[in-house]
Design a protein around this ligand. Sequence first.
Ligand code: MG
Length: 170
Amino acid sequence: MLNEKVTKLLNNQVNKEFYSAYLYLYFSNYYVEQGLNGFANWYQIQAQEERDHAMLMMQYLQNNDETVTFEAIDKPSVELTGNLSPLKEGLKHEQYVTSLIHTIYAQAYEVKDFRTMQFLDWFVKEQGEEETNASDLVKKMELFGSDPKSLYMLDQEMGARVYSAPSLTL
Ligand code: MG
């Protein structure tokens, strides 16, 4: 059994990861409407990754004989305009998720839950990568997004992303 507060935070994080998947599918749908199918593909794969994160958290709770509790998933409330705003919202969201992971880590640290700290190490690293990716996308769009030819090429690049399963196994 895990510490009660740690368990509650991990359960909450399951919901947040599913929300992330929902948010990124919302971005994907938005880009479909913009005619940018490459960007839509990139966010669809991102959504798959977020679902994987939720699944890993659920598995971790279950491996420790804890109950997985589901809450309603919020409706994405961000307003999207133009081609840049989803990327900026994506970066903001990843920074927020990093803060959530750090809060769980801090709680695990406080109660000397070394197992959960080790489990979360992967997520701490993953969040670093997510923030870098999101920030790179914002920079690329700011640099090249206003030129139609460059935007086309950027969309091709985003369309080339393929899904790969998470490197963490439990
Ligand atoms: Mg995630």
